[in-house]
Design a binder for this molecule. Structure first.
Ligand code: NI
Length: 221
């Protein structure tokens, strides 16, 4: 096991298209995944893609805590009791997932703006439009097919990680670069930022998460 060095924006490995993995069960892939998980945990990330540790292969790891997803999506208020109905009903945790050769199918034309940060773009946070509902599939380390539908924050994390496999960082997905900020400033001026954001009906609730997001969005891989 090893904590790997994380490539930062500007490194060519983050711009190239990663190659498919031929054998997900190969020892070197298992070792890569173990190291990626250790690196993600050390960095406090929610996800990590292999190119971020200088390995241009189509492998991502991620997890989503249900409560975290609800906070990011504005479905519950921070400070709500853990056992409050809202906290129990909406989402379940997405377990730590390893996806080899993942593919995404977008299930809706609807997009929503939401905060993203990236371990390869440290110190910044941006409001990024993403499809709100997707289906994704890929292989696990035993060669099994993993197929899920995802929405909200879960869908956002998967889109962010899979973009890394095609050499895309989240700022390239932004349609309004005025919504790119230093994490520290975004936290200080969250109210103004929220007021400046377009208030589409479906995004109004998610916007409520803006004030606390600056401290919470560090985690995206
Ligand atoms: Ni990232």
């Amino acid at each position: 096991m090893a904590i790997l060095k994380i490539a930062r924006m500007g490194h060519p490995v983050l711009r190239r298209k990663a190659a498919p993995v031929e054998d997900p069960g190969a020892p070197e892939i298992r070792r890569l995944v173990r190291d990626m998980l250790e690196t993600m945990e050390d960095a406090g990330g929610t996800g990590l893609a292999a190119p971020q540790v200088h390995v241009p292969l189509r492998v991502v790891v991620f997890f989503v805590a249900g409560r975290r997803a609800e906070l990011e999506d504005g479905l519950i208020e921070e400070g709500a009791a853990e056992d409050a109905p809202a906290a129990r009903e909406f989402r379940h945790d997405v377990p730590l997932t390893v996806l080899v050769n993942p593919e995404i199918e977008v299930l809706t034309a609807e997009t929503a703006l939401g905060p993203e940060a990236c371990l390869s773009v440290p110190g910044l946070v941006g409001q990024v439009p993403r499809a709100t509902r997707i289906r994704y599939r890929g292989l696990g380390l035993e060669g099994e097919t993993i197929e899920r539908e995802a929405e909200g924050f879960h869908a956002r994390v998967v889109q962010h990680e899979c973009d890394h496999l095609d050499g895309i960082l989240y700022p390239q997905r932004m349609t309004d670069l005025s919504l790119l900020a230093f994490t520290t400033e975004a936290g200080r001026f969250a109210a103004e930022q929220r007021a400046a954001m377009p208030a589409a009906p479906d995004e109004a609730e998610a916007d409520a998460g803006t004030e606390r997001e600056a401290e919470k969005v560090q985690g995206h891989g």
